[in-house]
Design a protein around this ligand. Sequence first.
Ligand code: PGA
Length: 252
Amino acid sequence: MRRKLIAGNWKMNNDLDDSLKLVEKFKSLSDKFDKDVDVLICPAFINLYPVKQSLEGYNIKIGAQNMHFEDYGAFTGEISPTMLKSIGIDYVIIGHSERRQYFNEVDETVNKKLKAAHIHGIIPIVCVGETLEQRESGIEKETVKNQIVKDFENVHASEAVKTVIAYEPIWAIGTGRTASSQQANEMASFIRNCVSEIYGTDISDKVIIQYGGSVKADNAGEILTQSDIDGALIGGASLKAEEFYKIINYAK
Ligand code: PGA
């Protein structure tokens, strides 16, 4: 039985004060969170530690939105897995389409980051997904499979099973345009098959596959009850405590 993972990706939103205020609201709602759901929030790097401290004793996990694959060195402006680990970070989002689109993230670096995260015991959430043009030309599955194959190259089965995959069609991110629950589930199930082709069904049956792209309280119920969807990666709607809490409680 796969546990649902509901993750909030705050992106480049919330300064320190806003982050701590939002966390206070989550805390006041947290005793109402469904106990069978894992809840994760991913603030900006600079707010990770204060948010982590504020959530001490609460069952809410903290993740970063990116990291470098090296442990240390001359990489100005970067944050390493060892730094994340040193402040007790549990998860890291890797290969988000905004990183791929605006910051030249490619499958080769996604693969290096995925391996580095596992070396340091941080759970990677690897994002894959097609553009609108790719979907309209009927190559969405080929595109996603290609990402999976490259992102998981030489990743050991024991690490693959602990990797979360987020299917995020780029045309649905921040656009208000959600994939239909059928489209999302069809791709999640296709992704599970890709994982099975590489690692076998023992592994693919256990891998957590999220959907991301304009998930809100009013569409979460339908998306989160699909057979192959094990949670959601949420941008905009995770910035509102009440809305995020509603989504969490749909994930039963
Ligand atoms: P959105 O973002 O929910 O605002 O569409 C999702 C994401 O980018 O992870």
